[in-house]
Design a binder for this molecule. Sequence first.
Ligand SMILES: NC(=O)C1=CN([C@@H]2O[C@H](COP(=O)(O)OP(=O)(O)OC[C@H]3O[C@@H](n4cnc5c(N)ncnc54)[C@H](OP(=O)(O)O)[C@@H]3O)[C@@H](O)[C@H]2O)C=CC1
Ligand SMILES: O=C(O)C1=N[C@H](C(=O)O)C[C@H](O)C1
Length: 266
Amino acid sequence: MNIIIAGPRGKMGSLITKIASNRTDMKIVAGIGPEGRDYIGQDIGIVSGMGRALNAIVVDDIKTVINESDVIIDYTTTEFSMEILEAALRSKKAVVCGTTGFSEEEFNRIKDASKQIPIVYAANSSRVVNLMYKLLKIAAEAIGNVSDIEIIEMHDRYKKDAPSGTSKEMGQVIAEALNKELKDIAVFGREGKGERVPGSIGYHSIRSGDISSSHTVMFGLMGERLEITHHAYNWECFAQGACEAAAFLYGKEPGLYTIKDVLKIE
Ligand SMILES: NC(=O)C1=CN([C@@H]2O[C@H](COP(=O)(O)OP(=O)(O)OC[C@H]3O[C@@H](n4cnc5c(N)ncnc54)[C@H](OP(=O)(O)O)[C@@H]3O)[C@@H](O)[C@H]2O)C=CC1
Ligand SMILES: O=C(O)C1=N[C@H](C(=O)O)C[C@H](O)C1
């Protein structure tokens, strides 16, 4: 299968390039970067920092390369992801989207597009984080209604969105386990909020240095607390999942698939 990688200079795009180039089931046919970058026209292997050419060029106009591809892997920005989505719709190509921070309206555009093209949307493409969702469901069902739930996430200083896409998904898992709507129980910041309401979910975002990704969900009771934590030491676990998702999409019918479909997590 032929793939295009968006943002090959980025943290995720460069790792996805490295991992995809070592797989035997996929071939990178192009990269896409923003207009005006000095690396446009160069080989993606050089742009991504791999130090060897892969015989695929980074372009700034997806229209010029999209027809050579089967799947586009996109971990970039919300604005650029919307452009990729429109291009993929026009050319009927599959998309793996791992970008986070979409508005509700933008996410509805992804859902609409998935009626015509196959899409994997994954706010977190690590297998282990998706296993953590299962642990959260068990904990929330058992003690969620009687605990003070806090989601504490840490990322690098450059991350654009807060709270992280993963922490929103974690909140959603917990809200579903409690038969509640996340919007009714999520609390962003505690200033002026008064006493803690059991069963509500407090969100806390830390941005510092080069922390790659860390999520802790704390279920606080009187005299004890349970913490479930995932730490990523680098972004490779997410990039592995991105390539798995691309392989999964090859030949799939239109639809909105999740990383659980890809990784076969019940
Ligand atoms: N789903 C998951 O598991 C994960 C999701 N993410 C999400 O992925 C996204 C990217 O994260 P990260 O790699 O850390 O970010 P980076 O800032 O490192 O990379 C973003 C890339 O997008 C490129 N880009 C920006 N605008 C355009 C455009 N108009 N056209 C083409 N390329 C563009 C940038 O180009 P340039 O380098 O030239 O500026 C850059 O290479 C974020 O939303 C993040 O939250 C991150 C990790 C895991
Ligand atoms: O920007 C990141 O780094 C990450 N973003 C995703 C998110 O917003 O949850 C996934 C992971 O935490 C890394």
